[in-house]
Design a protein around this ligand. Sequence first.
Ligand SMILES: C[S@@+](CC[C@H](N)C(=O)[O-])C[C@H]1O[C@@H](n2cnc3c(N)ncnc32)[C@H](O)[C@@H]1O
Length: 338
Amino acid sequence: MSKVISKELFIHLAEILSDNYGLNFFDERFSDLENLTINYFKKLRVNEPEKYIQALIKQENEIININSFVNFLTIGETYFFRGDETFDLLGKVIYPVIFQNSAIENREINILSAACSTGEEVYSTLIHLEMLGYLNLLNKINIYGVDVNSDFLERARAGVYREWSFRNRKDEIIQNYFIKSNDTFEILPKFKSKPEFYRINLVDRDEILSHFSINSFDLILVRNFFIYLTQKNINRIVRSLTELLRPGGYLLTSPSEVALIENQALNKIFNPGLNYFTKQNEKILTYQIRTNNLQKNNSKEVPVFNLEVDEKKRCYDGLQLLIKIDQWNQFSEIVEEK
Ligand SMILES: C[S@@+](CC[C@H](N)C(=O)[O-])C[C@H]1O[C@@H](n2cnc3c(N)ncnc32)[C@H](O)[C@@H]1O
């Protein structure tokens, strides 16, 4: 594979990976993309990499499997009980509220680990719930792990780990919750049978909503993921995840990602150790509407105006917000958010 691949082709590839998968290979990560792509094609013993890169750009899955390439590019770094501050916050502040509300409303609890990698976060959550004495309520808890990387998800479903996955806490966790076999550790069957893992590309709102319902999650953990994304993709994914949260539901990132979250529908709660987010109960949001289509309503043209919009009257078409304006009675106007 001696032929030099043009920089333009890599730039184009970086744009496709960002737009379609949220993977950010711009700036200082651009050379990583070049090296990783070349290594990938070496592994596949491909002689004409340019042709295959073109196929990746054109999303020609029949020539090259795009999902396998994405699997190769994603970084799955994770371990059990990562981020003590998160588990402290969950145990002391968040679970008591979630469990009380679900008991009052007599309903199940839904938890999502978004970008769950090989499942350590999902199983840590279940082990933690057992440690706190909530596990007798296990039949009331639904827990899901989603990730774009199907290889990671296969490992999550298998629930078999090596010692490196326990680098934060070791003996107590391994002894009580895993079955040791040579140098691997398998999560106990009662935990392994609980979660459901799905391959979902979190950039794709439709893919998310084909698996989950709006306003259904009590808690979403989305940690050590946004650091790899552009702000545009972070905003897009936060918007979809916020839709999934129940009003009052919780969204937790890692401490270093808190500053990346900007969403009108989320309240930022200041908490020593880790600030976190809750979805506002208030369902009316104010948007600054910019449209040149008001003539439809026989009004004088008003290029920019503020409008209070109910949740039921908002939806997204890709990145663009559509708002149902009563008199027109359909989601017809493409507007810009304030
Ligand atoms: C560093 S791991 C974080 C794992 C875990 N949340 C933690 O905090 O330990 C980042 C994960 O994001 C996943 N990922 C990257 N892009 C994604 C996308 N567009 N949709 C879903 N998952 C994605 C990767 O496959 C990887 O497993």
